[in-house]
Design a binder for this molecule. Structure first.
Ligand code: ATP
Ligand SMILES: O=C(O)[C@@H](O)C(=O)CO
Length: 420
């Protein structure tokens, strides 16, 4: 295995797995550390999906090191730590602390940090992260329910999370190509920095960064920075593994579970409502008081026409989320909603629902755990960063696990047409 990857959330793992598959690596995604029976012999890359993004830093470190050990034992030659393209974290972690733990594990003393993903509007310039052309701290990420991002300067953000010195490889070096990027890495390392934020404005930059960093024992970033690795790792990497062609899916009913409150998901929920998809809104306060519950949602779902998808969503505006959080607490509110969606998901296979779209990283983690799915094959790309996947064991399911901020407004409408 060339590349062992540790992703701090599930949809992020799927995003990375799609990128590696698309660029020609045979890629398997596992939910948590791979079961010993899982056959990884044919895989060029394994992406382990954790749910560690918002855990206490020590827990995230422990989980990441367990995954790192398992990947190394399975033969991984390089490690990749995948986090969000919007650098979701707090001053306590977890990007800095996990990187700090993985560096000695890989017996190295330098790595890069690059969340750029231009196809989804994430670019880094002079160390500042932009989301669709807007500085991170002015984007909707400033209101994220769990990791509000209020500083766009990633050198500063990361430095607050780690005792390692953080440097910068900026646009001028990156634009000059792989050799200049290698020299810049050398310069930053010689200056005593142990992690370098790297600028990237387009895919050509990402491919050059991938080439320059391919020898690193540890690479950290979003899925974008993995774009150039397959070509570097495999002579004549195959391409088109995850194509846009139809995907064989188990027969059965379709459902969308949305727990993400991101701008993109709010638009997708609106488009689904406008298109007349039957929809049920879960109210966090009503869930907390017991006025409604998962069983009520399942009763509603069973009564919907089997001919098309139905939508269950807790998606709300930032103002609504804040109001709920001020009454229930941020983490508690999130857990109440996640637990309800997970309880709904658990009952779905027995009710004949086999085709699921799940919106939101934390939400997807909770749902997939409840479904007891532990490995995924990667299918075609629906929109950048989001493939259809199929479970490799347990209930036979087609799953599209959508990062909160990914996907076009018609994502919930168009994704189904790719399934055969
Ligand atoms: N109405 C609501 N009120 C309060 N919290 C909510 C509400 N709806 C969802 N949540 C919580 O907000 C969090 C959303 O996180 P999630 O990771 O699922 O989505 P996201 O952050 O948009 O996606 P990603 O992590 O992929 O960017 C979850 O913990 C969810 O339970
Ligand atoms: O990088 C991203 O934006 C996504 O893969 C993700 O991690 C969102 O949860």
């Amino acid at each position: 295995m060339k590349l062992g990857c540790i992703a701090d959330d599930l949809t992020g793992a799927t995003d990375l797995a799609l990128m590696l598959a698309r660029e020609g690596l045979r890629t398997i995604q596992t939910i948590g550390v791979p079961r010993p029976e899982l056959d990884l012999a044919d895989a060029d890359a394994v992406v382990v999906a954790l749910k560690s993004r918002t855990n206490p830093a020590q827990e995230a470190i422990d989980l990441s090191l367990i995954a790192a050990k398992a990947l190394k034992q399975a033969g991984a030659q390089h490690l990749f730590f995948k986090y969000c393209s919007t650098f979701d974290s707090t001053d306590e972690g977890n990007i800095g602390p996990v990187t700090e733990a993985l560096l000695p594990f890989t017996e190295s003393d330098f790595t890069l940090a690059c969340p750029a993903f231009p196809a989804n509007g994430r670019t880094v310039y002079k160390g500042h992260l932009f989301v669709n052309g807007v500085l991170l701290h002015e984007s909707s990420m400033k209101d994220h329910p769990l990791t509000p991002m209020r500083d766009s300067n990633l050198v500063r953000v990361l430095q607050r999370q780690t005792n390692l010195s953080v440097g910068l490889v900026s646009y001028d070096d990156v634009e000059a190509g792989p050799d200049a990027i290698r020299s810049a890495f050398h310069r930053e390392r010689s200056a005593g920095h142990r992690i370098a934020i790297v600028d990237a404005l387009n895919d050509a930059h990402l491919r050059d960064i991938g080439l320059a960093a391919a020898d690193f024992p540890l690479i950290t970033g979003g899925s974008g920075v993995a774009m150039g690795l397959p070509a570097a790792y495999r002579q004549g990497a195959r391409s088109g593994h995850a194509s846009r062609t139809g995907f064989e899916a188990p027969a059965g009913r379709s459902v969308i579970l949305a727990g993400s409150c991101s701008t993109a998901t709010r638009g997708q929920v609106r488009a689904a409502l406008d298109a007349g998809i039957p929809a049920l809104r879960l109210d966090a306060m009503e869930l907390a008081s017991g006025a409604t519950d998962a069983q009520a949602a399942l009763d509603w779902l069973k009564a919907q026409p089997a001919s098309g998808p139905a939508l269950i969503y807790s998606t709300a505006t930032p103002e609504e989320v804040l109001a709920v959080q001020s009454k229930l607490g941020r983490m508690n509110a999130g857990e109440i909603v996640e637990n309800t969606l997970a309880e709904i998901a658990k009952a779905l296979p027995a009710l004949g629902f086999t085709r699921l779209i799940v919106a939101g990283g934390e939400t997807s983690g909770a749902v997939v755990n409840a479904l007891d799915v532990d490995a995924l094959a990667i299918g075609p790309e629906i929109d950048p960063g989001v493939p259809w996947t199929r479970s490799l064991a347990g209930s036979d399911l087609a799953l599209a696990l959508k990062s909160g901020n990914f996907g076009a407004p018609d994502f919930f409408l168009k994704a189904w047409s790719m399934l055969r």
